[in-house]
Design a protein around this ligand. Structure first.
Ligand code: HEC
Length: 128
C-alpha cells in the first residue's frame, strides 16, 4: 500500500483510540458527590466542613494524587468506590443515585470540582 493511503488510516485509528479513552469529567456530579458524601461525614466528624476554597488548585492536585485521607489513615479513593457507595446508599441519596458510576469517572468528577472550587479556581466553592 502506498504511504498516502496508510497514513490517514493510522491517524484515524489513533484519534479513535484516544477519543475512546478520554473521559470528560463532570464537575457538577463531582460537586453533588462532594457535598453529599464527603461533607456529610466531615460535618459529623470533629474536623467539620472542608471547603474546596480552603486549598489552592495545586494543593488539591497534590492531595488527590497522594490519595492519603485523614492524615494518611485511609485513602480518598476508598470513599469514592462502588463498595463504599453501596454501603451507605440506603441513607445517602447521592450514593444511591451514582451507585453504578465507574470509580475512576467519579474520582475525576470530584477532582475537577475541587480544581474549579479551589481558592484560586474558576469558581471558589464552599461545601454546601
Ligand atoms: C466516613 C467519613 C468520611 C468520608 C466519607 C470522607 N471523609 Fe474526609 N475526613 C474524614 C475525617 C474524620 C477527617 C479528619 C481526619 C483527622 O484530622 O484526623 C477527614 C479529613 C479530610 C481532609 C483534610 C486532610 C486530611 O486528609 O486529613 C480532606 C481534604 C478530606 N477529608 C477529603 C475528603 C473527600 C474528597 C472525601 C470524599 C471523596 C472525603 N473526605 C470523605 C472523614 C471522612
Amino acid at each position: 500500500m502506498k504511504l498516502r493511503y496508510v497514513l490517514p488510516i493510522l491517524t484515524a485509528t489513533t484519534l479513535f483510540a484516544s477519543a475512546a479513552q478520554a473521559y470528560d469529567a463532570d464537575w457538577k456530579r463531582g460537586r453533588i458527590y462532594y457535598r453529599s458524601v464527603c461533607t456529610s461525614c466531615h460535618v459529623a466528624s470533629p474536623i467539620g466542613q472542608i471547603n474546596p476554597s480552603s486549598k489552592t488548585k495545586a494543593e488539591w492536585a497534590t492531595y488527590m494524587k497522594a490519595d492519603k485521607h485523614a492524615k494518611g489513615k485511609d485513602a480518598v479513593k476508598q470513599y469514592v468506590s462502588k463498595a463504599y457507595r453501596a454501603s451507605i446508599k440506603s441513607a445517602n441519596k447521592a450514593a444511591e443515585k451514582f451507585a453504578d458510576v465507574p470509580d475512576q469517572e467519579l474520582l475525576e468528577d470530584i477532582t475537577i470540582f475541587l480544581q474549579r472550587g479551589a481558592k484560586d479556581g474558576e469558581s471558589p466553592a464552599s461545601c454546601s
